[in-house]
Design a protein. Sequence first.
Length: 291
Amino acid sequence: MFKGSFPALVTPFKNGELDLDTLKKLVEWHIGEGSKGLVPVGTTGESPTLTHEEHETVVEEVVRAVNGRIPVIAGAGSNNTLESIRFMQHAQKVGADAALVVTPYYNKPTQAGLIAHFTALHDCCDLPIVIYNIPGRSVIDMTPETMGQLAKLPRIIGVKDATGDLARVSLQRMTCGKDFIQISGEDATAHGFNAQGGVGVISVTANVAPKLVSQVQEATLEGDYARALDLQDRLMPLHKAIFTEPGLVGAKYAMSRLNLCSEEVRSPLVGLTDATKALIDDAMRHAGLTN
């Protein structure tokens, strides 16, 4: 069920407010372009600056617009266990297929604290959980051993791994088992991630080039790494350019160039510098997205 390309969906804004009409259009576009699922209100969806009510509205609107055609993995992470429970229970109520839960940032819990946090979320409802391990943002790194302990719980089904360490895939196969779903959280290494045993990517670049990102994933899952590498060569400058500044800002700028949504972001994020815009423009041309 959870294989292939899953865009980490941006949250479009208009004059500071949620732009739900554009959000619904993006859902249709991604389905038409071959995305295999959607992930609303992760960090790329600007979850840190959405109110709780806005967070829940975006999840509900995406689930409604998708209408069962592809899976929805709802962002439900927080550094507050009770807050994450709220998001988990709401996501289940409105019909999401799973929840993406980041390791608690800023608090710096121990590995025992991580086990307590994820166990509480596992037990709060019946929604499957994909762990989001991104030590570069959260500071905390969930070890493969800790993940192996959590993988014993029936509804902790996989990981979005943004460590950038491709050896983690094999190490987590050792501790979590071969059926544990491993999804890359880093666009630049997603091709190699699948060679190690991964089965997908939750992608920022897929907001801009969903068809190409999906084609890379399809090729790797079919074992055609030569074709996947050709596609990755087209995408790599775009991966790099989008993350020159915060990735969601780069993605929204590129999407604005394709008339998909505005480039508006919420403070403390700001628009891109002209130099970064030029890099993204060049990368989009290299990928064949613009002339």
